[in-house]
Ligand binder design. Structure first.
Ligand code: SF4
Length: 404
């Protein structure tokens, strides 16, 4: 949707935000000192521990700006399942491949285009390969592009709706407003993040170095509101901080997590108040509730999680690709760890392992030739580390600046 002039951020505002949240070495140094002091108070009781981010863009900020190198030894920043492409089971890509070879036009985002399926379908193990073999697969930047294009050609088509709550409201809007043409069906593979956050931290609780704080996703929270994380903070008894995407945002969030831990608190805080409210976007939440039903869903590398996926509700089922093409859902009884041999994405998406712990990282598996799902999307942890984080440069810079 085009923004009106009054809704657009002025150049002065953008410049001001960058000055405060990006180009602010003085504040960064103070925050790093606070983080160090808070950690010193916690080290005796907790030993080493983790703070987990749940958004590929936060992981990008942490890695791109070298924030790990500024942390005290013993405080580890790890990435959780914050990349929807990484956790979409191969099974659904295989079904999209089948449809593409049956003559259905498949609309997809650019990263999903390169996502590898475990099984080959008619010689293809990705939509990119299917396209090379003659299938009609089209990359779009959103469902609006797919609608316009499908209306123009009139052929049977599907849109692969992969994403988190952030995209769900857009899909809900087109369903409720009747914007989808008859020939375009939506395959909703939307995943819900709070159940994954709960499950991941609980899995890691059994590890030596537990997760003691969470950097909650900013984009998702604009829709679901910070309140959505309260059950997580209450159940896990750890601080959850909703944060923006500039380096200062993330440092403030880490300091806030540690401050709460020092005080023995476990609250949900909003650092990203310039975009996120406690209640979120109520209208969007109502639309999502109306257009979708919540299902137990499969997360690639993790398995089935209760109440963690969205499928189109009965009222809008005439637009549902699952119904139109008799695609059966994968079920827990037959679902298996669907990762290629040697790929350690199952541990990487829950923050148990680092990309550098995978023997294929930057050897057989690179951004230009991904093997596993975490190397495909710009939000995948392996892809982010491959591009920005694996060469130790940030450590060197931090040491040179005496920031450690
Ligand atoms: Fe999987 Fe590649 Fe990451 Fe290894 S480097 S975990 S193969 S995506």
């Amino acid at each position: 949707m085009e923004r009106t002039d009054s809704e657009k951020a002025s150049p002065e505002l953008i410049e001001g935000l960058e000055r405060v949240f990006r180009n602010n070495a003085g504040l960064a140094k103070s925050l790093v000192r606070y983080i160090g002091k808070f950690y010193e108070k916690l080290e005796k009781d907790f030993g080493s521990f983790k703070i987990m981010d749940f958004c590929g863009t936060h992981e990008w900020t942490i890695t791109h700006y070298g924030l790990r190198s500024l942390m005290p030894k013993g405080l580890e920043l790890v990435a959780g399942p914050g990349c929807p492409v990484c956790v979409t089971p191969s099974y659904y890509i295989e079904n999209a491949l089948k449809l593409s070879f049956d003559g259905v036009v498949v609309y997809t985002y650019g990263d999903v285009f390169r996502l590898l399926s475990l099984k080959r379908v008619k010689g293809a193990s990705s939509l990119a390969e299917a396209k090379a073999l003659g299938a009609d697969v089209r990359i779009v930047t959103g469902i609006a592009d797919a609608i316009a294009d499908a209306k123009a050609h009139g052929k049977e088509s599907i849109f692969l709706g992969i994403g988190f709550e952030t995209v769900a409201s857009g899909y809900a809007q087109v369903l409720i407003s009747g914007l989808l043409p008859e020939n375009l069906k939506l395959m909703s593979l939307v995943k819900l993040t709070p159940p994954a956050m709960l499950a991941t931290v609980e899995i890691l609780a059994k590890e030596k170095s537990a997760v003691r704080g969470i950097i909650a996703p900013g984009h998702v929270s604009t829709i679901i509101g910070a309140k959505a994380w309260k059950p997580v903070a209450d159940k896990l008894k750890i601080p959850v901080v909703v944060t923006g995407f500039e380096p200062i945002d993330v440092l403030i969030a880490i300091a806030e997590v540690l401050k709460q831990l020092v005080r023995g608190e476990a609250k949900v805080s909003i650092e990203y108040a310039r975009a996120v409210s406690w209640d979120g976007d109520i209208k969007a939440q109502e639309m999502i509730e109306r257009a979708f039903r919540v299902v137990k869903d499969a997360w690639r590398g993790i398995g089935f999680l209760p109440n963690s996926g969205l499928r189109i509700s009965e009222s809008y089922s005439s637009h549902d690709a699952f119904r139109e093409y008799d695609i059966e859902e994968t079920v827990p009884e037959s679902y298996q760890d669907d990762l290629p041999k040697g790929c350690r994405c199952a541990e990487i998406v829950i923050g148990k392992e680092k990309p550098t712990g995978c023997p294929l990282f930057m050897r057989k598996c690179k951004p230009s030739s991904p093997v596993g799902p975490c190397m495909v999307s710009l939000e995948g942890t392996c892809a982010i580390w491959a591009r920005f984080g694996a060469d130790g440069l940030a450590d060197q810079i931090a040491e040179d600046l005496d920031l450690r």
